[in-house]
Design a protein around this ligand. Structure first.
Ligand code: AMP
Ligand code: MG
Length: 424
C-alpha cells in the first residue's frame, strides 16, 4: 500500500490532476491493436465461440429445391378450377427424402409431405385438412392461392451469398448453418495467447491456512474464469511475490518461446504508487508502458503498453477494480486482437429503487441487481457496499449501473442506465 494514504482510505480514490475518460482510455488501447493474421482450419464442431477469418460463401442454395411446408397435396394453379369442381386424381407421392421425380401430369395432383420436393409442374400445396377425398379424386377448396405452403429454393441461403462474414463470432446456430451447407470445416483466426499472473507478498493460494497479514489470491482465479473464451489460449504464470527479480522472470517467461510468445500479458496488482509496487518499477525499465489514471470508479489505475511483442494490461489489485477494468478495457482489446467485430455492451434504462450517492468527476460502474416486473418494466438497486475490495458486490450483481462522470448521484425513481451481464 502507498504510504501517502490515510488509514482505511480506498486506494483507487486518490485524486490526480490528469485523468483520461473511459472512452479516451478505450480508444488509446484499441487504436494501435491489429488483429492476428494467422488462421487455422478446424472441424465445425470445434469452432463454437471462435472467430471467422475467411468469409463463408454458400456452395449450394438452402433449401436446394422448392419443398412443401405442410403435409397435403401439390397441384398446378392451371388446374385450380378443375380441382375445386370435379377434383383431381392422384398421380403419386412425394415424401421427405423420396421425391416424386417426374413432371406432374396435367389435371392431377400428388400426395406430399413436409420437406418433400415439390414436383416440376406443381406450384401450390394445400394442407390435407382442407381437402375432401371423393372416391379416387381429391377435391380442393375454392380459395386456393398460387404458391401457398411452398418453401422456395434458396429462401434461406442463396448460392454464392456471404453466409458468415470475417469477424463473426460463431454461435450455436451458426454451426448449424454451416452444417446446412454441407460444410465440415471453417477457417478461423488463431487463438490469442494470453499470459497472466498476480502479484503481492500478502497473497497465498487456497488450500493453506492464512498466516497473519495474508489473504487468498482471488484475482488470478477470476481472470482464469474471465479468460475462458474459446478464442483465448490462457497461460497461467501463477502467483508472484513482490520482488523485482521474480516479476522480471515472469515477464520473460510470458514472452518466451515456451509460450510461443504471448500476444497479451495481464497482471493484477502493483501498478499504483505503493512502496512495494514493483510491477511498475520493472515495466519502467522493460517496456513502453503508460500508467494511466482513468476517471472511473472503481478501477482508476491501469497500465497499458507493450512488452516485446505482447500487449500488456496491468490491472489494479483491488478485486472489483481488477474485474471492472478487465471488462471495460481488456475484454474489448482481446476481441479486437482475435478479429471479432466490435460489439458495444447493451445499455438500457431501469428505475432506481434506492438512491445512489455520487460526486461528479468519474464514471461509476456500480454493481446492481435488476428485476423485470410482469408488465416488462425494469427496476434496479445497487448490491450494497461498493468498495473496490468487496467482490461479493459483483457476485450478487446481474448488471452494472452506469453513472456518467458529470452525474451527481441519483434518487429513488430516477431512470438510470444499466448494462446487463449478458455474457458474464
Ligand atoms: P495493489 O494494487 O497490489 O497495491 O493491491 C491493492 C489491493 O488489492 C490490496 O489490498 C491487495 O491486497 C489486494 N489484492 C491485490 N492482488 C490481489 C489478488 N490477486 N487477490 C486478491 N486481492 C488482491
Ligand atoms: Mg500489491
Amino acid at each position: 500500500m502507498t504510504t501517502a494514504q490515510p488509514p482505511g482510505s480506498d486506494k483507487d480514490d486518490c485524486s490526480s490532476p490528469t485523468q483520461l475518460s473511459v472512452e479516451e482510455a478505450l480508444q488509446r488501447i484499441l487504436n494501435p491493436l491489429q488483429t492476428v493474421t494467422e488462421t487455422e482450419t478446424l472441424p465445425i464442431d470445434q469452432a463454437l465461440g471462435r472467430i471467422i477469418a475467411t468469409p463463408v460463401l454458400a456452395p449450394i442454395a438452402v433449401p436446394g429445391n422448392d419443398n412443401s411446408a405442410m403435409d397435403g397435396y401439390a397441384l398446378s394453379s392451371d388446374d385450380f378450377r378443375l380441382a375445386n369442381t370435379s377434383g383431381l386424381p392422384l398421380s403419386g407421392r412425394s415424401m421427405a427424402g423420396h421425391p416424386y421425380g417426374l413432371q406432374l401430369p396435367m389435371g392431377s395432383c400428388v400426395r406430399i409431405m413436409t420437406g418433400a420436393v415439390v414436383p416440376d409442374g406443381a406450384d401450390t400445396v394445400v394442407m390435407q385438412e382442407q381437402v375432401e377425398l371423393n372416391n379416387d379424386r381429391v377435391v380442393f377448396p375454392s380459395n386456393l392461392k398460387t404458391g401457398n405452403n411452398i418453401r422456395l429454393a434458396g429462401e434461406d441461403l442463396q448460392l454464392g451469398q456471404t453466409v458468415l462474414a470475417s469477424g463473426h463470432l460463431l454461435k450455436p446456430a451458426d454451426i448449424g448453418l454451416l452444417a446446412s451447407l454441407g460444410l465440415t470445416e471453417v477457417t478461423l483466426f488463431r487463438k490469442i495467447r494470453t499470459a497472466f499472473f498476480s502479484t503481492g507478498d500478502e497473497l497465498i493460494a487456497g488450500g493453506t491456512p492464512l498466516q497473519p497479514g495474508q489473504i487468498y489470491d482471488s484475482n488470478r482465479h477470476t481472470l482464469t474464469a474471465l479468460l475462458q473464451l474459446a478464442f483465448i489460449e490462457p497461460i497461467d504464470l501463477g502467483l508472484i511475490g513482490d520482488q523485482p527479480g521474480l516479476i522480471r522472470t515472469a515477464f520473460q517467461q510470458a514472452s518466451s518461446a515456451q509460450h510461443s510468445g504471448a500476444d497479451v500479458i495481464i497482471t493484477s496488482g502493483g501498478v499504483s504508487v505503493g512502496d512495494a509496487d514493483y510491477v511498475k518499477e520493472v515495466l519502467d525499465e522493460q517496456g513502453e508502458i503508460d500508467f494511466w489514471r482513468i476517471a472511473i470508479k472503481p478501477g482508476r489505475p491501469l497500465a497499458f503498453g507493450k512488452i516485446d511483442q505482447a500487449w500488456f494490461f496491468g490491472l489494479p489489485g483491488n478485486p472489483v477494480s481488477s474485474y471492472v477494468t478487465f471488462d471495460l478495457f481488456t475484454r474489448p482489446a482481446l476481441y479486437k486482437l482475435a478479429g471479432a467485430a466490435p460489439v458495444k455492451p447493451l445499455q438500457i434504462k431501469a428505475k432506481l429503487t434506492r438512491a445512489i450517492v455520487k460526486r461528479p468527476g468519474r464514471t461509476e460502474y456500480q454493481r446492481g441487481y435488476y428485476v423485470q416486473a410482469s408488465d416488462g418494466s425494469l427496476t434496479v438497486a445497487s448490491t450494497g457496499n461498493q468498495s473496490s475490495g468487496v467482490l461479493s458486490s459483483i457476485s450478487l450483481a446481474n448488471c452494472y449501473i452506469v453513472l456518467s462522470a458529470d452525474s451527481a448521484g441519483a434518487v429513488e425513481d430516477d431512470l438510470v442506465t444499466i448494462e446487463p451481464f449478458t455474457d458474464r
